[in-house]
Write a protein that binds this ligand. Structure first.
Ligand SMILES: [Zn+2]
Length: 65
């Protein structure tokens, strides 16, 4: 079983490159059992969505001008 430090590292690694299925599975198990890491993931997903929406909006503005 992975610990919280490993789980958070894997979650940030997953932003850069896809995780191995086995690794992702272990992470999912940890997230189901650990509310701290679950919240961390929720926040990271929300942040990524916002960043993406911001970048998209910015590009569209630049295209118009
Ligand atoms: Zn954890």
């Amino acid at each position: 079983m992975m610990n919280c430090r490993e789980a958070t590292k894997l979650m940030s690694d997953a932003q850069e490159k896809p995780l191995l299925l086995k690794t992702r599975f272990g992470l999912e198990i940890h997230l189901m059992m650990c509310s701290g890491c679950h919240n961390f993931k929720e926040q990271m997903d929300a942040l990524r969505t916002m960043t993406r929406a911001y970048a998209k909006g910015k590009n569209e503005q630049e295209k118009e001008t």
